[in-house]
Design a binder for this molecule. Structure first.
Ligand code: 5GP
Length: 236
């Protein structure tokens, strides 16, 4: 099989169609830029199921993404896009690096969603960028930054409402976008590896912070996310 790209949690394979790729979810869990690494049996399947369900929710809300269809237990068929090398993070609640960087209290709700941009570059440790850096490094055109920001906010708000039905608080979310046919499309995955989800009532952590912080029962919590959101999915 022709692997085009291997990341920490996924592989991308070529297909018989030039404009389509197979996105395959791995069981690998990594944190702190790959310093911490483990195999968590079943994670690839769960993240594929959660990504699939969320991509369908977004499609039903009229939000275009790279998703085409489900292939098997761990793989999705996606449109080939040229990835914009930015990690776009949307936050509604203070956590993680925002708490460290600003001193704001963990768990504090922000007045409005905050959008941040990071350079997608593991060797540099994904440094945060201002829009001026994005221009200076010629990573994206100003109108693309505007489009990505607007889409990121719409996606976050939609998913925040969706997760709330399942008793989960969407704290923050990392998105990646790509270019295809003159359009900007959401790409990559949306899973507990790429967002923070806390129980609305108790604050219990359900996302990859369980792995990062050695809280245990990582897979059990990913499974619970899927069980909680499945009844609220418009399509099964
Ligand atoms: P923070 O900047 O607080 O570490 O992360 C903010 C959000 O973006 C969290 O939901 C985190 O999981 C996600 N995130 C940020 N950088 C990465 C990354 O390189 N890989 C993954 N999987 N998620 C990231």
């Amino acid at each position: 099989m022709n692997i085009l790209y291997e990341g920490k949690a996924k592989r991308l394979y070529a297909t018989e169609h030039d404009d389509e790729l197979r996105m395959s979810f791995k069981d690998d869990a990594t944190a702190f830029n790959g310093v911490k690494h483990a195999q968590l049996a079943g994670k690839g399947h769960l993240n594929k199921e959660i990504t699939l369900l969320l991509y369908r929710e977004l499609a039903d809300a009229g939000i275009e993404t790279h998703f085409l269809r489900e292939l098997n237990d761990t793989d999705l068929l996606v449109r080939k896009v040229t990835i914009i090398p930015l990690e776009v993070v949307v936050r509604k609640v203070v956590a993680g690096s925002l708490a460290k960087r600003t001193g704001l209290a963990q768990g504090q709700t922000l007045d409005e969603p905050l959008v941040e941009y990071y350079l997608k570059d593991d060797a540099l440790g994904d440094p945060m960028l201002a829009p001026a850096h994005i221009r200076a490094l010629n990573l994206a055109q100003p109108d693309e930054v505007t489009a990505v920001t607007q889409q990121a906010l719409v996606i976050f708000t939609h998913l925040e409402t969706f997760f709330a039905q399942a008793g989960l608080r969407l704290v923050d979310l990392k998105l990646e976008f790509g270019r295809a046919d003159g359009k900007i499309l959401l790409a990559d995955e949306i899973s507990p590896d790429t967002c923070r989800l806390w129980d609305t009532e108790t604050g219990e952590i359900f996302d990859k912070d369980r792995f990062r912080q050695d809280l245990g029962e990582v897979i059990e919590h990913y499974q619970q996310i899927l069980e909680r959101i499945s009844p609220h999915a418009k399509r099964v």
